[in-house]
Design a protein around this ligand. Structure first.
Ligand code: GRF
Length: 214
């Protein structure tokens, strides 16, 4: 009997190209996860239009609906996650930190994609600009498990390098990083859904499919 697919929620604030990549991969018959919910802090996020186009339930929780109380907003989101029986949270361009209650409810089950090879150029929203300004020759993207209180400090799941060309600007470099992310993030989600990620402190070991099934 086919194993049931794991229930995944994607958090978005922006354009949603990583959401599109996840939805495309999840549409493949063997993908072990299903995108069951898309949540945002921004009513106008273009990513919500993508969710609607794919007929995935989605909802915005804008700060003004919660008197700018981040805790109240996150608790309302957590209620929705529980209601929809979500097992894995994926932050795909979500620009807020979660309160601790979300991490307690989802231990080692919150993935994030960041546009640099962490720990380089972490801790902000301008990793691509910073890599260019620094004069780095290689940057890339990282998928990590997020930890309470720290945006980019969690254990690393997967990374992909992207060389910086001499004539790159932010747009051209971010485009190539995005292309790497569109593969890396769905790959990491698949590994999580197949129980192939084993966390030991800062280290995340990737099990073979055979070991994960045993
Ligand atoms: C990505 O580059 C991701 O690494 C960062 O935000 C960007 C989101 O892009 N956290 P998109 O909304 O998925 O197109």
């Amino acid at each position: 009997m086919a194993r049931s697919r794991r229930r995944v929620a994607v958090f978005v604030s922006g354009r949603g190209s990583n959401l599109t990549a996840l939805l495309k991969r999840a549409a493949e018959p063997d993908f072990p996860g299903e995108i069951v919910l898309v949540l945002s802090n921004k009513t106008e996020a273009p990513a919500l239009q993508i969710a609607r186009k794919w007929n995935v339930p989605c909802k915005a929780f804008p700060a003004e609906d919660f008197r700018r109380d981040r805790g109240a907003r996150d608790l309302a989101m957590l209620e929705r996650l529980r209601h929809d029986e979500v097992e894995l949270i994926v932050c795909a361009g979500y620009n807020m930190l979660f309160i601790d209650e979300i991490f307690k409810a989802y231990p080692d089950a919150v993935l994030n994609v960041h546009p640099s090879l962490l720990p380089a150029f972490g801790g902000g929203m301008h990793a691509v600009e910073d890599a260019l300004a620094y004069g780095a020759k290689v940057t890339g993207c990282t998928v990590q498990l997020i930890e309470p209180g720290e945006a980019d400090g969690g254990p690393i799941v997967l990374q992909s390098p992207v060389p910086i060309e001499p004539d790159d600007d932010v747009e051209s470099l971010h485009q190539r990083i995005h292309e790497a992310e569109w593969k890396l993030l769905p790959d990491a989600v698949a590994l999580w859904c197949e129980n192939r990620l084993v966390r030991d402190g800062r280290h995340v070991r990737i099990l073979s499919p055979e070991l994960a099934r045993a």
